[in-house]
Design a protein around this ligand. Structure first.
Ligand code: SF4
Length: 282
């Protein structure tokens, strides 16, 4: 996908959390760029508009460009404290495709290594993360580093419909394996749950990691009255391909129950929403 990369000097790099991430136990979020070149059809971020720190061009042309905070590492040096519990990021994937050229994360990780916070969580679906494996390995020896790697469906046809610019499942599993072999605590996070075989996706997650399993269905207004929600592009795809039930809260609860039963039978815990994401913050 052609996309534009822009840079800007930001005024701050760490934000005090609110909402979902705060309820999960994170004190701060770190967002290295505005707009995400993965451009997932379901992405909640553009629905936040100005409340997510976005400009109109961001939510009108989600995924078509990104604006990196070129001074992120410098700002971070003055903002880090040892008691912080940081989530990176609720607003962009730090290993989005444009990061391959921008290479902001190595400098950010170098700064984190100098002044490690108490907990640092990287939320990603980008196998590009393995580029920074050596730094991540060093960092994991200095603090509680956790990688939460998103797995969304066991079906490649579904992946191509909803998140065509994201890596196929096999590439994500290879990245998880590389992270684990480097000794980095890595979770397989089923979020958002796209149309799938629930037990098969849960089995893949169980096999990929030794952690409990975190999940989150597609957010819908019927349940989540305020804040970020699934953007229209994914709703249209769901209707077109007869997957609308995956946006139905009753159906979603049934899928979660099936996954929970499967994971529990394997002797591990399963939790959705802030309870699950809270495991990352401990
Ligand atoms: S990777 Fe995350 S932030 Fe980026 S478009 Fe997809 S859901 Fe949004």
């Amino acid at each position: 996908m052609p996309f534009q990369i822009y840079e800007t000097e930001s005024r701050s790099i760490l934000s005090a959390t609110s909402g979902f991430i705060a309820q999960a136990g994170f004190s701060h979020s770190l967002t290295p760029a505005r707009n995400c070149t993965f451009g997932c059809s379901y992405c909640y971020v553009p629905t936040l508009g100005i409340y997510g720190g976005l400009k109109p061009d961001d939510w009108l042309h989600w995924g078509q460009f990104t604006t990196f905070k070129s001074n992120a590492a410098t700002l971070l040096r003055g903002a880090l404290r040892p008691d912080q519990v940081i989530y990176c990021s609720p607003l962009v994937d730090p290993y989005q495709p444009a990061e391959a050229d921008a290479q902001l994360m190595p400098a950010i990780l170098d700064t984190l290594l100098e002044r490690p916070p108490r907990v640092f969580v990287i939320q990603t679906r980008g196998p590009l993360i393995v580029r920074d494996l050596a730094r991540l390995r060093d960092f994991s020896k200095r603090t509680q580093l956790r990688v939460s790697f998103s797995l969304t469906t066991n079906r490649e046809d579904v992946r191509r419909m909803y998140e065509p610019h994201c890596a196929p499942l096999a590439d994500r599993l290879a990245a998880i394996q590389a992270l684990r072999e480097a000794g980095i605590a890595t979770f397989a996070t089923l979020a958002p749950i796209l149309p799938c075989d629930p037990e098969e996706l849960a089995a893949i997650a169980l096999q990929a990691t030794d952690k409990d399993i975190i999940a989150d269905p597609l957010h819908v207004r019927a349940v989540k009255k305020h804040g970020a929600t699934t953007r229209d592009a994914a709703v249209k795809i769901s209707v077109k391909h007869d997957f609308s039930e995956w946006l139905d809260p009753t159906f979603q609860a049934h899928v979660l129950a099936r996954m929970a039963a499967f994971v529990n039978r394997a002797g591990r815990q399963f939790a959705a929403g802030t309870e699950g994401f809270g495991w990352l913050a401990k």
